[in-house]
Design a protein around this ligand. Structure first.
Ligand code: NAD
Length: 331
């Protein structure tokens, strides 16, 4: 089966191409209304986090005879599942390619930001061996608030427990046995914000979690608190975040995702004028560290993404059930 793969980079191609049972047709551009025409003749489209698979795009996919939308990621907020169901096109994702990759990146961001590793690296390269301005804090004894204790949040919580931190958690569906075993305390969201020195977001983006952190919630956070977001950019109201940083209320912010990352993250824009004023402003803060949606980017995760995606395409061709837990249904 021919599979049109959108928004691809060399690392995507390397791992997908290992599956020779599928005929991959790689595109660097993203799928959306403007590009959907290129799906003509493909049995399947394979998309990533910033492809826009809205109702109009799905209508065209159906017209072109596309039989499967395969997300090579876990989050699916960019696909209109109701429209896909109405069009009779199944949507599959890779629900858990490596929760360790994302949880470990969240911790890596916090360690780098707190201990100013990124600044120290640049200084030492310039033969500036001074330590002024590089003071961090011990994680041991601090309180970490994990928002969302799904696959990634639970691993992040356990890693943080290893540092000797107290871990608070909030989730509408608490995992009470796990929490008791790991010494983790579920609390209401407002308590988590008031009590945590570090808050890490691990919730999906849904209509309910859009701008989950806004001015009111930033004000509830401890003065000097650190915030980590490796989940989805739109969980945070960026304007409110910038205000909180400017006022000196937040101590540090580490972001792997950004509200308007589409068209910016994953691209080499060096040498170009950055047109996004809010991202530009965020990059000026010495206590903000941004990576470009790379938390998933490990060998293990890319291997698993390619394996599950190829397997689901083969299953479709053979009329077999999809890999367990990968088929999405509208809620
Ligand atoms: P998951 O489905 O296993 O867990 C999500 C958890 O969030 C669930 O326990 C759910 O009950 C909880 N939740 C839902 N709404 C909530 C709310 N309003 N408040 C608190 N908790 C809420 O998902 P996961 O595999 O742990 O992934 C979490 C998110 O991480 C994904 O949705 C995705 O957006 C993001 N992600 C990012 C990257 C990256 O590269 N940066 C990679 C993979 C996933």
């Amino acid at each position: 089966m021919r599979v049109a793969v959108f928004d691809t980079k060399p690392y995507d191609r390397q791992y997908l191409q290992a599956h020779k049972e599928v005929q991959w047709l790689f595109h660097e551009f993203r799928l959306g209304r403007e590009t959907v025409r290129t799906s003509e003749g493909a049995g399947c489209v394979c998309v990533f986090v910033n492809d826009r698979v809205d109702a109009e795009t799905i209508r065209c996919l159906r017209q072109y005879g596309v039989k499967l939308i395969a997300l090579r990621c876990a989050g699916f907020n960019n696909v209109d599942l109701k429209a896909a169901q109405a069009a009779g096109i199944p949507v599959v994702r890779v629900p858990a390619y490596s929760p360790y990759a994302v949880a470990e990146h969240a911790v890596a961001l916090l360690l780098a930001l707190n201990r100013k590793i990124h600044r120290a690296y640049n200084r030492v390269r310039e033969h500036n061996f001074a330590l002024t301005g590089l003071v961090g804090f011990d994680l041991h004894g601090k309180t970490v608030g994990i928002v969302g204790t799904g696959k990634i949040g639970r691993i992040a919580a356990e890693i943080f427990r290893g540092f000797g931190t107290r871990v608070l958690a909030y989730d509408p569906f608490p995992q009470t046995t796990w929490a008791a075993e790991k010494g983790i305390e579920y609390v209401p969201m407002s308590d988590l914000l008031v009590r945590s020195d570090i808050v890490s977001l691990h919730v999906p983006l849904t209509p309910e979690t859009f701008h989950f952190l806004n001015t009111e919630r930033f004000n509830q956070m401890k003065p000097g608190a650190y915030l980590i977001n490796t989940s989805r950019g739109k969980l945070i109201d960026t304007v409110a975040l910038i205000d909180s940083l400017k006022s000196g209320h937040l101590g540090g912010v580490a972001l792997d995702v950004y509200e308007e990352e589409e068209g910016v993250f994953f691209e080499d824009l060096s040498g170009q004028v950055l047109l996004d004023d809010e991202l530009s402003r965020l990059l000026t803060f010495p206590n903000v560290l941004v990576t470009s949606h790379q938390a998933f980017l490990t060998h293990e995760a890319l291997t698993e993404i390619a394996r599950v995606t190829a397997a689901n395409i083969v299953h479709l061709e053979k009329g077999e059930p999809f890999e367990p837990g990968t088929l999405l249904q509208p809620q």
